[in-house]
Design a protein around this ligand. Sequence first.
Ligand code: 4NP
Length: 145
Amino acid sequence: MPTRILFVCLGNICRSPAAEGVFRALCPEVETDSAGTASYHVGEPPYGPMQAAARARGLDISDLRARQFRRGDFEAFDLIIAMDASNLEDIEALRPSGSETPVHLFTGYAPETGADHVPDPYYTRDFDGCLDLIEAAARGLKTAL
Ligand code: 4NP
């Protein structure tokens, strides 16, 4: 059973902190973190509208701070979860030789939704739809562990 799971998106202020917040509430015994493939928002808390949408569901993600994904994460975590194919490609580009840490798309855990990625609400502005998808994938991930 993976005991350390890292959620990764682009900016680490919308999708991956929301995924971390949802999953840590669902599965507190698993160590979680999140990161972004880009460095734009390093040190920032989750984006205000994402925090508000999460808070409306009883989830406080205000303690989280953005950081950039790094090569060492392949060793520090047992499972890495990407929000979209671009994140997955950027993560794989940093894989150290010999590392076998699995990197999976989050939507793979929610086949019933038909989604092949978690759309970025920073652009779509659909924070609730994003959380619906994240909650479905988080339930699927918990079941798969
Ligand atoms: P995220 O959304 O990857 O879900 O955190 C984004 C937030 C900010 C930017 C891109 C994606 N940005 O370019 O500033």
